[in-house]
Design a protein around this ligand. Structure first.
Ligand code: SAM
Length: 242
Protein backbone atom coordinates (compact mmCIF):
# COMPACT_ATOMS: atom_id res chain seq x y z
CA UNK A 1 0.00 0.00 0.00
CA UNK A 2 1.29 3.42 -0.93
CA UNK A 3 0.20 6.43 1.11
CA UNK A 4 1.01 10.07 0.45
CA UNK A 5 0.30 12.49 3.30
CA UNK A 6 -0.25 16.17 2.57
CA UNK A 7 1.27 17.86 5.61
CA UNK A 8 2.99 21.05 6.68
CA UNK A 9 5.03 18.96 9.16
CA UNK A 10 6.54 16.05 7.18
CA UNK A 11 9.00 15.17 9.95
CA UNK A 12 6.12 14.10 12.20
CA UNK A 13 5.64 11.03 10.01
CA UNK A 14 8.98 9.66 11.17
CA UNK A 15 7.25 8.64 14.40
CA UNK A 16 5.45 6.08 12.23
CA UNK A 17 8.06 5.10 9.66
CA UNK A 18 10.94 4.97 12.16
CA UNK A 19 9.53 2.60 14.77
CA UNK A 20 8.06 -0.81 15.41
CA UNK A 21 5.73 -2.73 13.17
CA UNK A 22 5.12 0.17 10.77
CA UNK A 23 8.85 0.60 10.28
CA UNK A 24 9.16 -3.14 9.54
CA UNK A 25 6.31 -2.84 7.02
CA UNK A 26 8.11 0.01 5.25
CA UNK A 27 11.43 -1.86 5.25
CA UNK A 28 9.75 -4.97 3.83
CA UNK A 29 8.26 -2.90 0.99
CA UNK A 30 4.69 -3.65 2.12
CA UNK A 31 3.94 -0.03 2.99
CA UNK A 32 5.28 3.26 1.68
CA UNK A 33 4.54 6.58 3.37
CA UNK A 34 5.64 9.78 1.68
CA UNK A 35 5.04 13.35 2.76
CA UNK A 36 4.02 16.08 0.33
CA UNK A 37 4.33 19.54 1.83
CA UNK A 38 1.95 22.16 0.38
CA UNK A 39 4.50 24.81 1.40
CA UNK A 40 6.86 23.40 -1.25
CA UNK A 41 4.26 24.30 -3.89
CA UNK A 42 3.75 27.96 -2.99
CA UNK A 43 4.88 30.66 -5.41
CA UNK A 44 5.06 33.76 -3.20
CA UNK A 45 8.11 35.05 -1.36
CA UNK A 46 6.72 34.12 2.07
CA UNK A 47 5.65 30.63 1.01
CA UNK A 48 2.16 31.30 2.33
CA UNK A 49 -0.08 28.31 2.97
CA UNK A 50 -2.74 29.96 5.15
CA UNK A 51 -5.06 32.94 5.05
CA UNK A 52 -7.84 34.58 7.07
CA UNK A 53 -11.36 33.16 6.75
CA UNK A 54 -13.93 35.15 4.79
CA UNK A 55 -16.62 36.46 7.13
CA UNK A 56 -14.13 36.93 9.96
CA UNK A 57 -13.60 34.81 13.02
CA UNK A 58 -10.58 33.45 14.83
CA UNK A 59 -7.76 31.46 13.27
CA UNK A 60 -6.51 30.86 9.77
CA UNK A 61 -7.38 28.37 7.04
CA UNK A 62 -5.21 26.34 4.67
CA UNK A 63 -5.40 27.98 1.25
CA UNK A 64 -6.76 26.24 -1.83
CA UNK A 65 -3.95 26.71 -4.36
CA UNK A 66 -0.99 25.10 -2.51
CA UNK A 67 -3.24 22.19 -1.54
CA UNK A 68 -4.36 21.60 -5.13
CA UNK A 69 -0.83 21.67 -6.52
CA UNK A 70 0.38 19.40 -3.70
CA UNK A 71 -2.48 17.00 -4.45
CA UNK A 72 -1.45 16.88 -8.11
CA UNK A 73 2.15 16.14 -7.06
CA UNK A 74 0.95 13.41 -4.70
CA UNK A 75 -1.15 11.81 -7.46
CA UNK A 76 1.87 11.77 -9.76
CA UNK A 77 3.87 9.88 -7.12
CA UNK A 78 1.30 7.15 -6.73
CA UNK A 79 0.52 4.30 -9.10
CA UNK A 80 -3.02 4.54 -10.48
CA UNK A 81 -6.00 6.28 -8.94
CA UNK A 82 -5.80 7.07 -5.22
CA UNK A 83 -8.62 7.73 -2.79
CA UNK A 84 -8.33 11.16 -1.18
CA UNK A 85 -9.14 11.19 2.53
CA UNK A 86 -9.40 14.27 4.72
CA UNK A 87 -8.87 13.65 8.44
CA UNK A 88 -11.29 15.93 10.25
CA UNK A 89 -13.29 15.91 13.48
CA UNK A 90 -16.31 16.42 11.22
CA UNK A 91 -15.82 13.08 9.46
CA UNK A 92 -17.36 9.70 10.31
CA UNK A 93 -15.84 8.14 13.39
CA UNK A 94 -13.10 5.69 12.37
CA UNK A 95 -13.66 2.05 13.33
CA UNK A 96 -12.08 -1.31 12.56
CA UNK A 97 -14.55 -2.06 9.76
CA UNK A 98 -13.58 1.14 7.93
CA UNK A 99 -9.88 0.47 8.57
CA UNK A 100 -10.16 -3.00 7.03
CA UNK A 101 -11.95 -1.67 3.95
CA UNK A 102 -9.44 1.15 3.48
CA UNK A 103 -6.50 -1.23 3.97
CA UNK A 104 -7.46 -2.96 0.72
CA UNK A 105 -6.84 0.23 -1.28
CA UNK A 106 -3.52 0.09 -3.17
CA UNK A 107 -2.92 3.83 -2.89
CA UNK A 108 -4.28 6.70 -0.85
CA UNK A 109 -3.75 10.41 -0.24
CA UNK A 110 -4.37 11.68 3.29
CA UNK A 111 -4.85 15.39 3.91
CA UNK A 112 -3.68 16.54 7.34
CA UNK A 113 -5.29 19.88 8.14
CA UNK A 114 -3.79 22.60 10.33
CA UNK A 115 -5.09 25.91 11.72
CA UNK A 116 -8.91 25.90 11.57
CA UNK A 117 -8.83 23.36 8.75
CA UNK A 118 -8.85 23.58 4.95
CA UNK A 119 -10.87 25.70 2.50
CA UNK A 120 -14.19 23.91 1.98
CA UNK A 121 -13.82 24.01 -1.82
CA UNK A 122 -10.97 21.49 -1.59
CA UNK A 123 -13.25 19.19 0.39
CA UNK A 124 -16.05 19.58 -2.16
CA UNK A 125 -13.98 18.95 -5.28
CA UNK A 126 -11.12 16.66 -4.21
CA UNK A 127 -12.02 14.65 -1.13
CA UNK A 128 -13.58 11.18 -1.43
CA UNK A 129 -14.01 10.38 2.27
CA UNK A 130 -13.73 12.22 5.58
CA UNK A 131 -12.77 10.39 8.78
CA UNK A 132 -12.46 11.47 12.39
CA UNK A 133 -10.45 9.59 15.01
CA UNK A 134 -12.83 10.65 17.79
CA UNK A 135 -14.99 13.39 19.21
CA UNK A 136 -12.23 15.74 20.31
CA UNK A 137 -10.16 18.33 18.47
CA UNK A 138 -6.44 18.05 17.84
CA UNK A 139 -4.14 20.76 16.52
CA UNK A 140 -3.47 18.99 13.25
CA UNK A 141 -4.32 16.00 11.07
CA UNK A 142 -0.88 14.37 11.24
CA UNK A 143 -1.62 12.26 14.32
CA UNK A 144 -5.01 11.15 12.90
CA UNK A 145 -3.31 10.30 9.58
CA UNK A 146 -0.73 8.23 11.44
CA UNK A 147 -3.45 6.52 13.47
CA UNK A 148 -5.17 5.49 10.24
CA UNK A 149 -1.94 4.34 8.56
CA UNK A 150 -0.87 2.32 11.61
CA UNK A 151 -4.27 0.62 11.87
CA UNK A 152 -4.27 -0.16 8.12
CA UNK A 153 -0.69 -1.46 8.22
CA UNK A 154 -1.70 -4.13 10.74
CA UNK A 155 -4.19 -5.44 8.18
CA UNK A 156 -1.74 -5.68 5.28
CA UNK A 157 -0.84 -9.30 4.46
CA UNK A 158 2.63 -10.17 5.74
CA UNK A 159 3.02 -7.20 8.10
CA UNK A 160 2.20 -9.07 11.30
CA UNK A 161 3.78 -12.40 12.08
CA UNK A 162 1.64 -15.30 13.24
CA UNK A 163 2.49 -14.44 16.86
CA UNK A 164 0.82 -11.05 16.75
CA UNK A 165 -1.93 -11.86 14.29
CA UNK A 166 -4.44 -9.05 13.81
CA UNK A 167 -7.20 -11.69 13.83
CA UNK A 168 -6.85 -11.95 17.61
CA UNK A 169 -7.17 -8.23 18.30
CA UNK A 170 -10.23 -6.52 19.71
CA UNK A 171 -12.85 -5.79 16.98
CA UNK A 172 -11.18 -8.20 14.51
CA UNK A 173 -11.63 -11.72 13.15
CA UNK A 174 -13.20 -13.92 15.85
CA UNK A 175 -13.45 -10.84 18.03
CA UNK A 176 -15.54 -8.80 15.61
CA UNK A 177 -17.57 -6.45 17.84
CA UNK A 178 -15.84 -7.80 20.93
CA UNK A 179 -13.02 -6.58 23.17
CA UNK A 180 -10.02 -8.84 23.64
CA UNK A 181 -9.72 -11.03 26.76
CA UNK A 182 -7.11 -10.39 29.50
CA UNK A 183 -3.59 -11.76 28.88
CA UNK A 184 -0.81 -12.82 31.24
CA UNK A 185 2.85 -13.73 30.95
CA UNK A 186 5.47 -15.06 33.40
CA UNK A 187 5.75 -15.24 36.38
CA UNK A 188 2.74 -17.42 37.23
CA UNK A 189 2.36 -15.59 40.54
CA UNK A 190 3.42 -12.15 41.72
CA UNK A 191 2.49 -10.39 44.97
CA UNK A 192 -0.24 -12.96 45.56
CA UNK A 193 -1.79 -12.47 42.11
CA UNK A 194 -2.00 -15.76 40.23
CA UNK A 195 -2.54 -16.35 36.55
CA UNK A 196 -5.97 -18.07 36.09
CA UNK A 197 -5.46 -21.85 36.40
CA UNK A 198 -7.13 -22.60 33.09
CA UNK A 199 -4.36 -20.79 31.18
CA UNK A 200 -1.79 -23.13 32.77
CA UNK A 201 -3.85 -26.26 32.11
CA UNK A 202 -2.69 -26.91 28.54
CA UNK A 203 -6.32 -27.73 27.71
CA UNK A 204 -6.76 -25.81 24.44
CA UNK A 205 -10.54 -26.08 24.21
CA UNK A 206 -11.00 -24.96 27.83
CA UNK A 207 -8.66 -22.03 27.21
CA UNK A 208 -10.56 -21.03 24.06
CA UNK A 209 -13.88 -21.10 25.94
CA UNK A 210 -12.45 -19.13 28.89
CA UNK A 211 -11.08 -16.48 26.54
CA UNK A 212 -14.36 -16.14 24.68
CA UNK A 213 -16.28 -15.83 27.95
CA UNK A 214 -13.85 -13.17 29.19
CA UNK A 215 -14.15 -11.27 25.92
CA UNK A 216 -17.95 -11.39 26.08
CA UNK A 217 -17.98 -10.35 29.77
CA UNK A 218 -15.57 -7.49 29.21
CA UNK A 219 -17.49 -6.23 26.24
CA UNK A 220 -20.77 -6.45 28.14
CA UNK A 221 -19.29 -4.46 31.06
CA UNK A 222 -17.32 -1.87 29.10
CA UNK A 223 -18.92 -1.58 25.66
CA UNK A 224 -22.42 -3.06 25.67
CA UNK A 225 -23.12 -1.09 22.47
CA UNK A 226 -20.79 -3.47 20.61
CA UNK A 227 -22.80 -6.53 21.61
CA UNK A 228 -25.92 -5.13 19.98
CA UNK A 229 -24.10 -5.27 16.63
CA UNK A 230 -22.82 -8.83 17.17
CA UNK A 231 -24.80 -11.84 16.08
CA UNK A 232 -24.92 -13.92 19.24
CA UNK A 233 -25.57 -17.64 18.87
CA UNK A 234 -28.90 -18.84 20.41
CA UNK A 235 -27.13 -19.94 23.59
CA UNK A 236 -24.04 -21.53 25.02
CA UNK A 237 -24.18 -25.26 25.55
CA UNK A 238 -24.44 -26.27 29.21
CA UNK A 239 -20.78 -27.26 29.03
CA UNK A 240 -19.83 -23.78 27.78
CA UNK A 241 -21.85 -22.12 30.53
CA UNK A 242 -19.68 -23.70 33.23
N1 SAM B 1 -12.15 23.98 13.06
C1 SAM B 1 -12.14 22.56 12.92
C2 SAM B 1 -13.43 21.98 13.46
O1 SAM B 1 -13.91 22.46 14.48
O2 SAM B 1 -13.93 20.99 12.88
C3 SAM B 1 -10.98 21.94 13.69
C4 SAM B 1 -9.66 22.20 13.07
S1 SAM B 1 -8.36 21.37 13.90
C5 SAM B 1 -7.79 22.57 15.04
C6 SAM B 1 -7.07 21.31 12.69
C7 SAM B 1 -6.96 20.03 11.92
O3 SAM B 1 -6.70 18.95 12.80
C8 SAM B 1 -8.19 19.61 11.14
O4 SAM B 1 -8.26 20.25 9.89
C9 SAM B 1 -8.00 18.12 11.00
O5 SAM B 1 -7.20 17.79 9.88
C10 SAM B 1 -7.23 17.74 12.27
N2 SAM B 1 -8.06 17.13 13.33
C11 SAM B 1 -8.33 17.65 14.54
N3 SAM B 1 -9.07 16.83 15.28
C12 SAM B 1 -9.30 15.73 14.54
C13 SAM B 1 -10.01 14.52 14.75
N4 SAM B 1 -10.67 14.27 15.88
N5 SAM B 1 -10.01 13.59 13.76
C14 SAM B 1 -9.37 13.82 12.61
N6 SAM B 1 -8.68 14.97 12.34
C15 SAM B 1 -8.64 15.90 13.28
Amino acid sequence: MKVAVLTLFPEMLQALTGHGITRRAVEAGLLSVTAVNPRDYTTDRHRTVDDRPFGGGPGMLMKVEPLLVALKAAREQLPGPAKVIYLTPQGRRLDQQAVERLASEPAMILIAGRYEGIDERVVETEVDEQWSIGDYVLSGGELPAMVLIDAMARRLPGVLGHQDSAEQDSFSGELTNLLDCPHYTRPEEIAGQRVPDVLLSGHHEAIRRWRLKQALGRTWQRRPDLLEARQLSPGLSSEEQD
